[in-house]
Write a protein that binds this ligand. Sequence first.
Ligand code: SF4
Ligand code: SF4
Length: 178
Amino acid sequence: MKGDKKKKTIKTIKIDVDKCNGCRACEVICSSFHAAPKYSSNNPARSRIRVIRDPLRDVYVPVYAGEYTVAECAGRDKYTIDGKEYDECSFCRASCPSRDDFKEPDSGLPLKCDMCEGEDEPLCVKWCLVDALQVEEREEEVEEGEEQEELETGLESLADKYGMDKIKDAITRLSQKD
Ligand code: SF4
Ligand code: SF4
């Protein structure tokens, strides 16, 4: 019921940009884990983490795929690191219509980090040999309705891509499988 509180474990991945050496092992394992079937291929374009790399300046910034957004945002961010100005949106986490980042290359569906659901530890963290990525966990009280809102956001993105009728047909087919 909306308004009731329950405990939720919040996992945060702390990124130490100074430790990252741009090896991209995190991209490789993430895309491989999310291949279908699992581990059957690796294509960093499918990764839920992208490493912005500037080897000449020794700048490497891992960025995690965040929320899906239907429309481009009106405000943009510009970063300057070690004197270099980066393109607008370079470090944005959104799967957004204005660019190809964080979209499944075959279907165009939005990608979002799922913390490697089902695994004991996020695999990008495990594979980062220099500890640039570290998990922190904390307990928080959340409203019962919040998970429902996340589900609705996911369904909204699918409906944008395929249309609500196709989504309904797919759900009907899936529910008749058992
Ligand atoms: S695995 Fe670690 S060091 Fe390598 S690119 Fe990813 S975050 Fe950086
Ligand atoms: S936690 Fe898992 S899903 Fe998220 S970016 Fe790392 S490997 Fe990918």
